[in-house]
Design a protein around this ligand. Sequence first.
Ligand code: SAM
Length: 299
Amino acid sequence: MGKSTAVKRDVYFRAAKEEGYRARSAYKLLQLAEQFQLWDSVERCVDLCAAPGSWSQVLSQKLKAEVPAADGSAKIVAVDLQPMAPLPGVVQIEGDITKPSTAEQIISHFKGRRADLVVCDGAPDVTGLHDLDEFVQAQLLLAATNITLQVLRPGGTFVAKIFRGRDIGLLYDQLRCFFDRVTCAKPRSSRNSSMEAFVVCEGYREQPDTPDLTKPLLDFVDISDYATPTADKRLNRLKGSIRVIAPFVACGDLSGFDAEMHAPLLPKDSAKDAPPAPAYREFLELRRASALAANAPQP
Ligand code: SAM
């Protein structure tokens, strides 16, 4: 199905078309990177939930991925359930980020080394049932966090999409157990009307018994299991955390375009780039004509 006129007039949608990005979300990563200097000392990076690949395009350009690493290992590994068109220097894994084997595949492409940066723009298919969508998104983020704790080097950075729902405070608490700084950031290109934001977690602190996909963070623990030493230990991990209120930062050029801003309407006589007529225009004209005919005075 074609894009709506509102989407076509979106400034970031147009900019992405002009600059050859596969999706407007490229600008979210660019604005986050500018605010948090994400590219500093990054040699290896993982793009979780990468398709169609606009974040991988940005990473490939910024990390000069077309120049291979000296030891032949990958610089950028992109993972998604769906395949995507190839990009210079980006190794693709068609896989599920909730599976432990995916983490192993990522590390194998880095020849056993860990990533300096992990980004995740994951979003499940939306059902329209608000509570269910929020739950599935939270599960995806949990999977991204678990995989990140396994593939990120100490001191590294994790950036992930979140929806600022009711339980977001708990997520900040959990992330603060493993990272020195956790910030909630809203790039200018992310629509104000959307609950979407990004957590930027800096300074990864690996700890003994760090969760991963085989012993995940906040995995469901059967209540009868609580007495077992392992479950007890796992729950205890979260006891020491203090309530964290993550600072909120708006990023991107604040005097520039915001995501609700539309490109100007073209003059009426301008055929070039004009929004196409809706497919149902002919139907509307016919209906109008028959309504007029029905209301016309009878001879
Ligand atoms: N960052 C991408 C870009 O700039 O082109 C856009 C990502 S898109 C919003 C969300 C992606 O998450 C979809 O391509 C979807 O296939 C992927 N996804 C959802 N669940 C996933 C899972 N369990 N494992 C891997 N990818 C997943």
